[in-house]
Design a protein around this ligand. Sequence first.
Ligand SMILES: [Zn+2]
Length: 130
Amino acid sequence: MNWLKRFMAGRYGADQLSLALLILSIVLTLIAQIARVPLLAAISYIPLALCIFRMLSRNVNRRSMENYKFSMLISPLYARFNKLRRRFSESKTKRFLKCPQCKAELRLPKGKGTIIVTCPKCRNEFRAKT
Ligand SMILES: [Zn+2]
């Protein structure tokens, strides 16, 4: 493995963007296989080639800047995904609803019947079934 270490010295290596490109390539390949679209199979090599290019690149500053921009681009998606995951894991004990006035998201305990909720954001009071 020493030759690999020497080969990768000064090169950028793997990051989130490279991983995303690799996954994109695999997904495109699978879709091409299932849908039997040879053009898509050819296109699926583009993200793979980009991934390899980025990993072997010696322009570390530029690659890390690309990765930073990519992270900024996907962070809202990632936050939304985490919110959905949290909602799902708490769906048995909590009820999620929006304040009718300010649209803030509220998390209430389940199984308490109809209660009067005070929105912590705008102090609006409303009835809600939990
Ligand atoms: Zn409110």
